[in-house]
Write a protein that binds this ligand. Sequence first.
Ligand code: MF3
Ligand code: CO
Ligand code: CO
Length: 301
Amino acid sequence: MKTAANTISRNAQCWCGSGKKYKKCHLLKDQKQVPSSAEKYRHKGRSIILKTEAQIDGIRKSCQLTKALLDMVEERILEGVTTSEIDEWVHRETLAKGATPAPLNYGRGQGRQRIPFPKSICTSLNDVICHGIPNSKPLQNGDIVNVDVTCDLNGFFGDASRMFIIGDVPDRTRELVEVTRECLNLGIEQVCPENKLGDIGHAIQSHAEKHGFSVVRDFAGHGVGLEFHEAPQVLHYGQSGIGEALRENMIFTIEPMINMGGFECKILGDGWTAVTLDGTLSAQWEHTMLVTENGVEVLTA
Ligand code: MF3
Ligand code: CO
Ligand code: CO
């Protein structure tokens, strides 16, 4: 598809007449623009955007920064560190790389009801399913924690999360963390243009339940790239062969949340933190991926 962003050379003068080089002027805005000719189609009233090559380049870079930030966390995290400290590391390094942390001030609800997320990452400890808010409590031996990072680099979003085990945990806890990671990988294996969204959910649900765990229903993966959360919803349970068909150049996350006990959740009084209703442990892993002609490219790997 022809757009200004892939027809004008980076060092040529910008088309707007500013006299600046294109790369210093409108290039990034043009890359982000969804051309009117862009392929979109409707899914539950919202459009699924099939990304252009220029957009894929921008999103790929943002995803690689997200991966690098998680690598940094992986190197430094240990017993005694607080989740606020992890938040500060990621916040600083994100800005140093010319990006912004997408969660900071991200809104939930509308108008006066809106509750902005107060930190730059989500840290979800033990029975927290997702959207945990970093705080000043040190990580302890036996904790499991998910660190979820989303970057906005030049208006392009990359979203991924990993689990970390602090010290020694019981075998069944380690199994929960490992099986959840396998659930993500089995979901990714279903991604190709011949398959449907339901194939992803089915692969994840079968694996989790085979091990005696449950799949959270209240949160899902999502389209991502030009916005933090786009259509479609990517459910982590369901039936194979049903749901929206996957198409080349879709970009979305898969981010299964798997519980040791029941799948029911509740949201704490801070308006964000989702915990298991029965107080059992919960684990989650997340990647952002691109549907390619033959299969999948995991952009945050
Ligand atoms: N990163 C989360 C996701 O995977 C969303 C976090 S929203 C926030 O979709 F506001 F809590 F950051
Ligand atoms: Co996500
Ligand atoms: Co995330």
